[in-house]
Each structure stands twice: as structure tokens, then as C-alpha cells.
Design a protein around this ligand. Structure first.
Ligand code: IMP
Ligand code: MG
Length: 190
């Protein structure tokens, strides 16, 4: 079995294929470049899920911009966010007075992002906006405002293109739905 097939067997359905991802990300990049043209822009990626999205998005933004990363973690290893967030890696630079755009892989309950935004707001950036590749509107518990959204998806657990299940499957080139049998195993461990 090739590596891609072995990986892909964790997926019950391809939700967003590579071509669709890249097309939409190019649109988001063009929109961001228009909105920030002539201004300072600092992209903040949330590790690890946003790495592929950040790399493709940043290449499609044709104005000067900078990038930094934060790593945060919800407690617990299951598939549900607990809302309790730890900063594992903080920013290298000060964001005071800067235009900050947080680049996220997915907004599920919104708990992680609302914590992060409160934390960043306290550092007094000139502006603070969010660009998320995916959102699950059905699941939203916290009303976080997200200026740029790639795709709204149904309430399914998805993997690939940076998104993990127990740290695996980030390297699938598309976004797919995790097979029910694997999702059920995760629920047993919560
Ligand atoms: P929230 O706090 O519930 O919004 O969860 C946000 C974080 O949970 C994301 O940044 C992801 O790391 C993870 N997450 C939420 N839904 C999924 C999913 O469907 N697949 C993979 N990771 C997910
Ligand atoms: Mg994750």
C-alpha cells in the first residue's frame, strides 16, 4: 500500500480537495492584500494545525508582511476542546501598535480562539482580525468574530492539510472526514 493510501484509509470522505483548497486560499490572500495594502501586517499562525494554510496563504498575499507563530494547547487528548488553554510557545515579537491577523486552521466551539484573542488584545495591537480556513458554525459556543473564512463545514471531525487526529494525518493534502471507527476510539479515551 502506498503511503498516501495508508493515510487516506483514515478518511471516510474527502470534504475539500486540493484544487478547491488552493483556489479558495488564493482568493483569501488577494482579499487580505487588498484590505491591508499600504499598511503594516503581521500574520500570527497558530501551531501546529495552521502550518500548511499559513504557507499557502502567505504566498498568495502580494504585499510585504511578516509572520510569527504561537503554540497553544487545550488540555485533554480527545476530540473535544475543553476551553482551558495553555500557551506552549509565545510570540517572538511585540504586537503593540501592529495590525495583527491570526491565522487558524479551524474554529470549532470557538473556545480556543476566544481565549487567544483576549490574550492578544491585552497586548494592545492596532488591529486584531482572524482568518480561519474552516469553521463549524453549528458548534459555535463563543461568538468570536472571524473576518476571513475559507469554508464553512458541517459538524464532522476532519483531518488533513494540517489538521490532526491524535497528532497524525496532518500530511494528507486534502481535508477529509475522519472514519467513524477511529473517532469512536477517541471518544473512549476521553
Ligand atoms: P475550539 O476551541 O473548539 O474552537 O477548537 C479549536 C481547535 O480544536 C482547533 O484549532 C483544532 O486544533 C482542534 N479541532 C477542532 N475541530 C477539529 C477537527 O474537526 N479536526 C481536527 N482538529 C480540530
Ligand atoms: Mg489540534
Amino acid at each position: 500500500m502506498s503511503q498516501v493510501n495508508e493515510l487516506a484509509s483514515a478518511v471516510s470522505e474527502v470534504l475539500i480537495d486540493e484544487e478547491t483548497l488552493h483556489g479558495r486560499i488564493a482568493e483569501l490572500g488577494a482579499q487580505i492584500a487588498d484590505d491591508y495594502r499600504g499598511e503594516d501586517l503581521l500574520l500570527i499562525g497558530v501551531l501546529k494545525g495552521a502550518i500548511f494554510f499559513m504557507a499557502d496563504l502567505m504566498r498568495s498575499i502580494d504585499i510585504p508582511c511578516e509572520v510569527d507563530f504561537m503554540a497553544i494547547s487545550s488540555y485533554g487528548a480527545g476530540i473535544d476542546s475543553s476551553g482551558v488553554v495553555r500557551i506552549l510557545k509565545d510570540l517572538d515579537v511585540s504586537i503593540e501598535g501592529r495590525n495583527v491577523l491570526v491565522v487558524e486552521d479551524i474554529i470549532d466551539s470557538g473556545l480556543t480562539l476566544s481565549y487567544l484573542l483576549r490574550n492578544l488584545e491585552a497586548r494592545e495591537p492596532a488591529s486584531l482580525e482572524v482568518c480561519a480556513l474552516l469553521t463549524k458554525p453549528e458548534r459555535r459556543e463563543n461568538d468570536v468574530s472571524c473576518r476571513y473564512v475559507g469554508f464553512e463545514i458541517p459538524n464532522r471531525f476532519v483531518i488533513g492539510y494540517g489538521l490532526d487526529f491524535a497528532e497524525r494525518y496532518r500530511n494528507l493534502p486534502f481535508v477529509g472526514v475522519l472514519r467513524d471507527e477511529l473517532a469512536a476510539q477517541a471518544e473512549d479515551t476521553v
